[in-house]
Design a protein around this ligand. Structure first.
Ligand code: UDP
Ligand code: MG
Length: 318
């Protein structure tokens, strides 16, 4: 078993005062259980990250820490920055203290008991353990449909993500340090974590209903999230424009031929041929050019992200 076994459970919270009492109770019990089993050290903590909530969330976190600092710690963001940024803030803070970090939502939709399997996998040598939902019975049809569609579209666009995995996962300290090398501002963790590499596995769990309160991800935020994910990882939309340009250009050649033949047969009004020809030709050339310009913009975009070009797992050199 790996002797480096301090676990931090990072939980981003945005207006979660209804669920915090229950969440902290269950996570506290989980820490005790894992400590007694000798799987994690006594320095392990639950780290709540308050994402600029306007309700009682932060005072509650502060009180938890005040009463039981051996279980709870807290991070308070200066304002609301969104789930992904809050999560990153928590990971980057926890990495200073932890050997392994689990990230989890505050609403208890992620089964707390799946942490056992993640910690076991860590001790077996896995550095990233993805929590994967076995089914979505408790989600509404709409949520299920949009969420599963989201994973399929992402896959089709060539983004490497784990199907039905949200941000419930364990990462080793090394993996989180790898994540820190991705300095991009448009953060889409689910896409980035697979890029880090290292030995990984999955643990399945049943997704429960939100324990209390309401979803902080209405449709509008979900769509923005999906758009962010696609545009942060894929230049395929640009390629689509380019392909459309090629197609329109080819069609324009056919149209040109057709217009010329019609003119030669004498069955056209004056001016029709040149108009027809120029509309199609110019349209095709414009789309093609847009695609080419887009290709370069895609390159610039990727360069500005300054992603690490490699992360070394191990060097053998005697
Ligand atoms: N969250 C956050 N900042 C936000 C929105 C959400 O930190 O701006 C947190 C929220 O407290 C929860 C997690 O992100 O712990 C997931 O949110 P939610 O459960 O509302 O999303 P859903 O499960 O409905 O997709
Ligand atoms: Mg939720």
């Amino acid at each position: 078993m790996n002797p480096n076994n301090t676990l931090y459970i990072v939980v981003p919270c945005y207006k979660e005062q209804e669920v915090l009492p229950e969440t902290s109770k269950r996570l506290r019990a989980k820490l005790i259980e894992l400590r007694e089993a000798g799987k994690i050290s006594d320095k392990s903590r639950v780290m709540f990250v308050n994402d600029g909530s306007s309700d009682n969330t932060w005072p509650m976190i502060a009180e938890l820490h005040e009463k039981e600092p051996e279980f709870f710690s807290g991070v308070n963001l200066s304002r609301n920055r969104g789930h992904q940024n809050a999560l990153l803030a928590g990971l980057m803070t926890a990495v200073n203290y932890a050997d392994m970090i689990v990230s989890m939502d505050a609403d208890l939709q992620d089964d707390v008991n799946a942490v056992d399997g993640m910690v076991d996998a860590y001790h077996e040598g896995f550095e990233v353990v993805y929590g994967v939902r076995s089914k979505r019975d408790t989600d509404t049809f709409f949520k299920r449909f949009t969420a599963e569609g989201f994973y399929k579209v992402m896959k089709a666009l060539g983004v490497d993500i784990v199907f039905n995995h949200a941000d419930y996962r364990l990462m080793s300290r090394r993996a989180v340090e790898g994540l820190a090398e991705f300095s991009e501002v448009n953060l889409f963790l689910r896409g980035i974590v697979p890029q880090i590499g290292y030995k990984w596995t999955t643990v399945t769990y049943e997704r429960a209903e939100r324990f209390a309160g309401e979803s902080k991800y209405p449709l509008k935020k979900m769509l923005a999230f999906a758009a962010d994910g696609i545009t942060s990882f894929s230049v395929k939309p640009i390629r689509l424009v380019f392909s459309a340009g090629v197609i329109v250009f080819l069609v324009s050649l056919v149209m040109l031929l057709y217009a010329l033949i019609s003119k030669l047969m004498g069955s056209t009004t004056a001016g029709w041929t040149s108009l027809m020809g120029s509309i199609w030709l110019i349209g095709g050339i414009q789309l093609l050019s847009l695609g080419i310009v887009g290709e370069y913009i895609g390159k610039i975009y990727n360069e500005t992200k300054r992603r690490p070009r490699f992360i070394i797992e191990r060097v053998l050199n005697k």
